[in-house]
Write a protein that binds this ligand. Sequence first.
Ligand code: CP
Length: 301
Amino acid sequence: MAKNLISISDLSKNEILEIIKFSDSFIDDEGNFRKEDLFPDKTIANVFCEPSTRTKSSFSIAASNLGCSVLDFDVNNSSIQKGETIYETIDALHLMGVDLCVLRHSDSVIKDLAEYLPNMTFVNAGEGMLSHPTQTLLDLKTIMDNKETLNSLKIVIVGDLDHSRVTSSFLEVLKNFELEALVLSGHPAMCTKYIDNKQGLYEPDLNKALDNADVVMALRIQHERFEQELDLDLETYKQDYQLTSEKMDNAKGDAIIMHPGPVNYIEITESIYDSEQSVIREQVKNGVAVRMAVLSRFLSC
Ligand code: CP
């Protein structure tokens, strides 16, 4: 049993399904989160070295709901600004009594940190372009809430795949399921890693990609991760790759539309966000329940 959640592959398929099932128990019949004083002696630090709304706030709410003490560490007003390294920073938090560190960082530092501080538990809340395991868990829960199982589904992911840690962790977990098809779509300059991907078919024509889809996941252009901005005409991009009601006519009538957020209304229209097929707001809500289950699991190690 893994002590840290660094990658989604730290969890077996059974452990993943158990976490998702356990997360259901934190939502009552009215759809509210249960507050359970399960870990009153534990302290969680949220250390976010990149911006976040959903992940940071949901970890904070999840930890409070479990009775933990929560430190929402303010990186911008910390001694990191005076040159202190992330290693010294988290060691200091550990010495002050933090049991579990939820870390978002632009670099791949979490594995080294876990080795440097073996008595601390780490949960990855977003590692550069590499991984975002708890997003994957909440995405799986959202799909299973709506489709029961992933087996036999056609899943389409469209957008800036190259810079997406959501995609890399999601593709990793999909190896555990027998999909009918996985289709990857988006501007070729943003899908270079996936054009020859063996796990899924790259289809640059989004209308074709969406044919008979059960689940459509749209991703924003992550300008903050481009080394050099693409010379992109936004109107042409939207014409080709923005998810619209017209393009969704190619998918199954009961297809669900997902997006990890934040939404820019370039990759999807406002009417797609508000449509009955959209489960984007369910994803946000599931983030709290799933993170309550993740914290419970890793605080019990
Ligand atoms: N999906 C996600 O990671 O959103 P935030 O950046 O708002 O946490």
